[in-house]
Every structure is written in C-alpha cells, then in structure tokens.
Design a protein around this ligand. Structure first.
Ligand code: IVH
Length: 707
C-alpha cells in the first residue's frame, strides 16, 4: 500500500485538514509498522516511511492540540528481537575452533592425543557443518518446554512458540531421558529459500540475501504464525543438559537422537583416523553443491564421550571438536575508492568500496584492506606482500569471504590496471579529528592519537560499551548511542547513567526526540538503572581497552574478584617492573602486551577520569570463579611434577583448574599441594623442605574423586 504524501504544505493546512491527515498518517504508519516489524515484509520503502513520519511530526508540532492518543510519534519501531524474553542455557552453548587446511586437522588430532596421553589413532565422527542458526530444545518428561537461540552462549532468546511450528522438531518424545536438551541447526533448503524470496518479492516484501538470513529472520518472528508459514528445518547434532547419558559414543548418541524422532545428518560417519577424516571431508565437499542446503565445512568430534569429558572445554570452544571450513569464496571486481574508518582503539582501517559483486551468493560492496602495508604491498620490514603488488584505486581486485567474516581483498590483477589508476596515500592525520595518526614500532596499524577527543573513537567506544557482552542495555543499542552522541547528550559511558538526571525530568526532552514516547523513555531509564549493578568482568570488558577481550576481562575479574582490588592493583602497577607487574603477569592467560595496555589506559588522565566517573555511577558486583566451591582442591595452589602416567600434564592442569585449583609451575611457601610422579626432582625436594604436602598421581585422582 503506497501512500503518497499529501500535497498541501503543513503551514497551509486548516485545523480540520490537519486532523484528517493525522488520522490518515496514523493508519498508514501503523500498517507500515506491522508489515515491517511483525510480518518481515515491508510494504513501503524506508524513505517513504521517513517522509510520513516527518510530516506527522511537523503537523503535530503546529497543531499540538490535535495530537492523537495513538499518535505514531509515540510508537517506537522496536527491533523484533526486543520482543523475545530471555532464556538462560543450563549448559552454555559453545562455538567451534576452526581448521582451514589438512595441516590444521592433523595438528588437532595430535593435540587431542597428546592431551589424553595416547599414542594410537582415535575415532572421530565427521559430519557436515550446517550453515544455519543453532537452537537448543529443552524437553522435560518428553515434552518440549523451551526452545532458545544461542544468544551470547549463556542466555539466548526464548523462541519456543516459533520452534513448535517447525515440522522437524517433535513436541513429544517417547522413551527420552527425564531431562534432555537437544541442540542443532535451524536451516532452510535452497529450493524453499528461492520460493520464499519469490513470494516476498511478489508482495513487495523483504527478500533475503541467503538461506541462513532467511532462516534466522523466519525463526525470530514475534508472531509465531509467520514462522509457521516459513519452511524451516532442523538437524540435531549435539545436546546440553541431560538427566542421564544418551550413549557412550558420539555416533551412538546421534543414532539415539535419530531414534527419538530428530533429523540427523545422513552424511555423519565414524572415522578411525585423521586420514579418514580428510577423505570424508573431500567426499562431503564434492557433494556440497548437490545437497540442497548450505554447509560451510565439516565438523570432527572425538567419538568416545568419556574422552570428550576428559578433554573438556576452553573458554568458548570444546577441545574435542573442530570445524574444518571449506575454502573461502572468490570473485573479481573493480576497486572504486578507499575510505578510512577509525575504530574504538583509534586504528585507522582502510575500507575498499567496490563495484558490487556476488561472492558465494552474497552481494559484496565493501571489503577490508587491513592496513597501509597491505595496500602498498610491502610490510614494515620491507618484505613483499602479494609478491610486492600494490593496490590502486581503479584496480581489478579479488574479493573473498569466508563465512560470516568481513570480506577481504586477496589479490590484484596488474594486467587489468587502468592507466588512470590512483596510488593511495595513507593519511598521517586522523580523518575524523585531525589528530596525528602514528604507527608504533613494529605495528602495522596506524592509530589516531586523539583518544576521547576523537569523535569516531568516542562513538565506537560507546557502541562497544552498550554491546551485548558489555553493558547490554535494553533499548540502547548502537543506533541510539550514536544519535545521543551526535546531539551532545552523551560523550562518555558515565553520561549514560546521568542521562535521566540531566534530561529525564518529566521525560519531556527524551519524549520529544523522534522515535521516543513516554513509555519507551521510561523503559530506557529503567533499563539503564538496572545495569548499574554490573559484574566486574563485564565492566572490564566494557572499557574497550585494546587487547582486552571478553575472556581476558573474565580472567582479570576472577583473579581480583572486586573492583577495589582490581583498581588498586592496576593503579599500583608499572609497566615492566615491580611486584604488581609480576603479579599481573602471573595470571594464567595475561601477557605483557595486554598488561601494558591496561596500565597505559589507567595512567592516562582523561581515560582515568572517564573510568572513575563511570564507576561512581555503578555498583560493581564481585566475580567469583565458577569452579565448584565444594571441590576438595578449590582455591588450592597445586604443582605437578615428574611423569604423570594416567593423564597428560595438560589434562591434569585443565582438570585441576576446572575444580577451582590454581596450577603453578614452581613450588613456594604458598604451594598447598605437590603431585609428584616418577622422576620428580628439584620441585619435590623443595616441597619436602618447605613442608608442603606431596602426593602421587593415584593420590591425586583419589582426592578429586576419579580413582
Ligand atoms: S557442534 C560444543 N556440529 O557451528 C559444540 N555445530 O561454528 C557444539 N554447527 O554454534 C556445536 N553444524 O551453530 C556442531 N554438525 C555440527 C554443526 C555445528 C553447524 C554450528 C553451530 C555452532 C557453530 C560453530
């Protein structure tokens, strides 16, 4: 339904005309909102919708007394995802480590054997890696009670009603464990995807770029009847919480899921060695084009579930599985221009603007060019990149994309270089704030030195601050913080928490902003207040300090426990010297580069002021190690020495840490326990001298209940 904007200018409208038009606009915009947000099938172009919205606001501004109770300016076009409730995963939903070639797979096999202390070949399953979105289905007493998307791995979106509409997902299971969480992939077949896009296009609705987007868009519909009308499918390949084991091996567990009524992938096979895995990879790759659905690699999993348990997990991936990805997809196109984007940590990133080209079914018009050396074809030490070929504006370039990552420029064809191709001069000042942009010794990246005065850095930091793994404030996403920054409402994270005090009286000011109504403004302030209580790890991550990601923030938080302890330690630390520096580096997983970046940030006056102002607004929650407190070795400092005969050193360490022990490489008066195998030398001696308890491997296994 296209609604032509009324021709009469707002200033010439009579009151009666204005009233009639406000009614017409309310009706048109409500219909457009439903089509866009609920049906996922927009009926008018965005620009037209914006024109209606502007006109509605202009009329309301002139005739305030005519503003309707159902005025569209009071309705927020909330993103669809906001409508789902949250669902916590009892067992985290993890991702997979990637292998890109045979050598990576061989290395994976070797690593697994070494961890387990095994010499002989191991059995693995190999199965296609489905390119869809993962879903966890919780069955209690055989009944489907919850379906949740992966979300951040710990908490996903509750899409139970939507999942019930998928034919491949049984709502009742017979002879299933009391509690069973089945995990797998929701996907759409090529044929169904194409037919859906034709239908959408005929209705003037939104078409999808690829089957995965179509599957995600279709599952995450607030109105489950829309999901029901979309042809979604589901393959089961894993599980979460269980009241009893499904089987003893991965293969048998998959067969059990199949017997329970789930679709499992028919190309899943058992392999007896890495060589057999690689052969199966080739077999699956040759069948890829004729499968009828998208896959982006082959997943290998250790077959023996007892060995899987022993191998355990790193922070986000299991040690017992790997995804062997198919090679990236390639295409050639023209490089039209190069823009410089300034990131959160000041990095100047060159972005290639390309003549749009389809790469593996997706239209690509932007790609990363990494850094200035990558463009010039020569690295900081004078070594050639791409055989020394530089990249010029106007060049014919090769684009590749692998999975979800940002497309990259891989190569340039010099025979296609036009005479007027332009050499790109990398800027030495920040294009956003004009501060000097410098390259530090040994760093390929040029960085803006403007810090918080650089608007690009400030905005990127705010975006990072409100991102999902950081403060995750409902209703305050990247778009909103950008708008608030642009209008001078917030400059640093602390400003978010003073927003209400500064603008909230009567909420009038926020209410007057486009897209905000009284309810949404109140909701926003409530959501901000809710996040004043924040766990220490999220706070550390939210600062957006270079080199500090989610997992290192967690390591720091677990180590220091509270904000005052963390803050005091970092403040007292000096780069490269002293006891505090040594203590920082003694944290497993914290290296010198990360530690130096942390200290530099805390020593910078402006950064420090921003941090202090923020923390004043917060109630930072203590973080405790997730390890079970009742474990007999929780909090103990343990040293392994000598030869371990029933497990590798890596396994012993991982197991001890999962039980809350700290594993150290050297014996001191602080050591609680030394586990000494045959051949233990100086460490066992030192322990004896210090009076530290020494046990053997069997004693250790008995202590942790694994004898
Ligand atoms: S196993 C603990 N098997 O790939 C590991 N994942 O890149 C659980 N995926 O989040 C995952 N096909 O969404 C597994 N056959 C398969 C898969 C598969 C697709 C997805 C899954 C996962 C992602 C990791």
């Amino acid at each position: 339904m296209a609604v032509a904007p009324a021709p009469v200018e707002v200033m010439n409208l009579t009151e009666a005309e204005a009233e009639a038009e406000l009614a017409r606009l309310a009706k048109a915009m409500t219909a457009a909102n439903i089509a866009y947000h609920r049906d996922d099938a927009p009926e008018i172009p965005d620009a037209e919708y914006d024109a209606l919205k502007r006109r509605n606001l202009a009329i309301e501004a002139r005739f305030a007394q005519l503003k309707r109770a159902d005025s569209p300016s009071e309705q927020v076009g909330a993103p669809i995802a906001d409508g789902f409730s949250k669902a916590a995963h009892e067992v985290r939903m993890l991702s997979l480590e990637n292998a890109f070639d045979d050598a990576d797979v061989t290395e994976f096999g070797g690593r697994v054997r070494k961890f387990l202390g095994l010499d002989e070949d191991l059995a693995f399953t190999a199965e296609p890696k489905i390119d869809g979105l993962s879903l966890s289905l919780r069955y209690e007493k055989g009944k489907l009670v919850q379906a949740a998307t992966r979300g951040d791995g710990a908490v996903g979106e509750n899409v139970t009603e939507n999942a019930r509409t998928i034919a491949d997902i049984p709502s009742i299971l017979h002879d299933a464990p009391e509690l069973l969480e089945v995990r797998g992939e929701v996907y759409m077949s090529h044929a169904d995807f194409q037919a859906l896009n034709v239908r959408q296009a005929e209705r003037g609705g939104k078409t999808f770029a690829n089957p995965r987007n179509a599957a995600a868009g279709s599952l995450r519909q607030l109105d489950a009847s829309i999901t029901a009308a979309r042809p979604l499918r589901f393959f089961a390949y894993a599980w979460g919480a269980l009241s009893e084991p499904l089987a003893e091996t991965q293969m048998a567990a998959i067969n059990r899921l199949s017997a329970l009524g789930f679709q499992t992938n028919p190309l899943t096979v058992l392999c007896q060695s890495v060589e057999e895995l690689l052969a199966q990879y080739t077999r699956i790759e040759t069948r890829r084009a004729s499968l009828g659905y998208d896959i982006d690699g082959v997943v290998y999993k250790v077959n023996d579930l007892n060995l899987q348990r022993r191998l355990g997990f790193r922070s986000t991936t299991p040690r017992w599985a790997i995804a062997h990805k198919f090679p990236a997809e390639l295409a050639w196109t023209r490089l039209l221009s190069i823009d410089i984007q300034v990131g959160r940590t000041g990095a100047l990133s060159p972005v290639a603007r390309l003549q749009p080209v389809t790469v593996g079914g997706v239209t690509v018009s932007n790609a990363t060019l990494h850094n200035e050396d990558y463009i010039s074809g020569c690295d900081g030490k004078g070594a050639p990149i791409r055989d020394g070929k530089d990249i010029r504006i106007g060049d014919w370039v090769q684009v590749y994309r692998a999975g979800d990552v940002i497309p990259k420029i891989a190569d340039v064809d010099l025979t296609e270089r036009p005479d007027n191709a332009v050499v790109f001069t990398f800027p030495e000042t920040c294009p956003e704030c004009n501060s000097a942009a410098i390259r530090e010794e040994g760093d390929a990246v040029r960085r803006c030195t403007g810090g918080l005065i650089c608007p690009a850095q400030a905005v990127e930091r705010l975006r990072h601050f409100v991102s999902r793994a950081a403060f995750d404030i409902e209703g305050l996403g990247a778009k909103q913080v950008e708008a608030f920054y642009r209008d001078g409402w917030i400059a640093t994270p602390a400003d978010i928490f003073t927003l209400k005090a500064r603008y909230g009286s009567g909420i009038q000011q926020l209410k007057n902003r486009e897209g905000w109504g009284e309810k949404s403004a109140e909701n926003l302030f409530a959501a901000i207040d809710e996040k004043r209580e924040i766990p220490l790890n999220r706070l550390i991550f939210a600062f957006g300090i270079r080199h500090i990601g989610e997992s290192s923030a967690s390591l720091l938080a677990k180590h220091y426990g509270t904000w005052p302890a963390f803050e005091a330690a970092v403040t007292a630390s000096e780069i490269g010297v002293g006891a505090e520096w040594d203590r920082l580096l003694a944290i497993d997983g914290i290296g010198a580069v990360l530690a130096a970046s942390l200290i530099t940030t805390f020593q910078n006056d402006a950064e420090r002021a921003a941090i202090d102002a923020l923390v004043m607004e917060l109630d930072v929650q203590r973080v405790t190690s997730r390890a079970p407190l009742d474990s007999p070795v929780a909090g103990k400092i343990v040293v392994f020495t000598g030869t371990l005969e029933r497990m590798s050193r890596a396994e012993a360490k991982a197991r001890a840490e999962s039980l809350g022990a700290k594993v150290s490489g050297s014996v001191s008066a602080k050591t609680d326990l030394v586990v000494a195998g045959p051949g233990a030398g100086s460490k066992a001696k030192a322990a004896a001298e210090l009076g530290v308890e020494i046990i053997d491997e069997d004693g250790w296994l008995a202590l942790i209940g694994q004898a």
